[in-house]
Design a protein around this ligand. Structure first.
Ligand SMILES: Nc1ncnc2c1ncn2[C@@H]1O[C@H](COP(=O)(O)OP(=O)(O)OP(=O)(O)O)[C@@H](O)[C@H]1O
Ligand SMILES: [Mg+2]
Length: 304
């Protein structure tokens, strides 16, 4: 415990009963959703990739971005995808995220073969099963946090009231109960990324894909985001996170390293670091000013 009242977002929401109820409801829904996915797809892996290749054609040149990748990601895993620039990490994420077709190989998502699916079916699967978080947040600048999170639900056939209820619940889950009506420019980088995480999860996806989600954030704010991701993972969310940084990958449960379009290392992390513990420790360093603490304390007091 620190001397001030501020705690990282997901930790903080456990401190109030109203948000605890929201958390309990969210837990139940995650479980319900998990059961539904299991019914449809058995207990197999979320991602099964065999011999996947991707070759981009640029005029007369061909870029072999993936050269035969096989990978399995099971439910509840938190995988860091690492490797130097150009090694194929984003290409893999685009394929896993059903944004693109492989050149060859097989990809099954929660048991369904998607590698050969037509584009419209691929888009449906993507909307139902995948949540995306990007380095640049990609929020709608003119819309409030709430509107940004409601956006993916607009085509889900839900009433306006139900859309907002779900969006509010997700924003509370990431510790932004007090910031629902703020526009992106009125939020810190960490808060913007938390809005993006809430938006990615509002459809209850089977898999969260995050490509350098902390790439635009300082180290302290990165820990805030990792705290949220670890808490969501503990609730059963499967996460694949791309990062250049070993410091960030240390919070994952497994590390897969790419080089030249191939997997060159795939290891379980024996003892993943706790982002929350490191976040708290970094709070105690003197570089955080009193004014910043006061501002953040104010932001976290809204759940009452
Ligand atoms: N749309 C595209 N058209 C042509 N070549 C591409 C395309 N996208 C990526 N590439 C090439 O494919 C290779 C892999 O790119 P990719 O974006 O997957 O790398 P990365 O590991 O994500 O790199 P970074 O860490 O810099 O983001 C690179 O050589 C890149 O130049
Ligand atoms: Mg990339």
């Amino acid at each position: 415990m620190t001397t001030n009242n501020y705690h990282p977002p997901v930790h903080n929401i456990q401190d109030t009963r109203a948000v605890d109820d929201a958390k309990a409801r969210a837990d139940r829904e995650v479980m319900v959703q998990g059961a539904a996915v299991t019914d449809q797809a058995g207990k197999g892996p979320v991602v099964e990739i065999r011999d996947l290749t991707k070759t981009y054609k640029l005029g007369h040149t061909r870029v072999r971005a993936l050269r035969g990748v096989s990978l399995e990601v099971r439910r509840g895993e938190f995988v860091a995808i690492m490797g130097p620039s150009g090694s194929g990490k984003s290409t893999l994420m685009n394929l896993v995220g059903c944004l693109d077709h492989p050149t060859s190989g097989e990809y099954r998502l929660t048991g369904r073969t998607v590698s050969s699916m037509p584009a419209d079916e691929l888009a449906d699967i993507r909307n139902q099963k995948i949540g995306f978080v990007f380095q640049g947040f990609n929020l709608l600048a003119r819309s409030t946090a709430l509107k940004n999170v409601v956006m993916p639900l607009m085509y889900a056939g839900l009433s306006r009231g139900e859309q907002e209820r779900r969006a509010r619940k997700m924003l509370q889950l990431v510790g932004l109960g007090a910031r629902m009506n703020h526009k992106p420019a009125e939020l810190s980088g960490g808060q913007q990324q938390r809005v993006a995480i809430a938006r990615a999860l509002v459809n209850n996806p089977s898999l969260l894909l995050a490509d350098e989600p902390t790439g635009n954030l300082d180290s302290h704010t990165s820990l805030e985001i990792l705290t949220v991701l670890q808490a969501l993972n503990q609730r059963g969310l499967t996460i694949m996170l791309v990062t250049h940084e070993a410091d960030i990958a240390a919070y994952a449960k497994r590390q897969v390293v790419f080089r030249d379009g191939r997997v060159v290392r795939d290891e379980v992390v024996a003892a993943p670091r706790s982002a929350q513990a490191d976040w708290l420790a970094s709070r105690q360093t003197p570089q955080v000013t009193q004014a910043e603490r006061a501002q953040e304390g104010e932001g976290s007091s809204s759940h009452e």
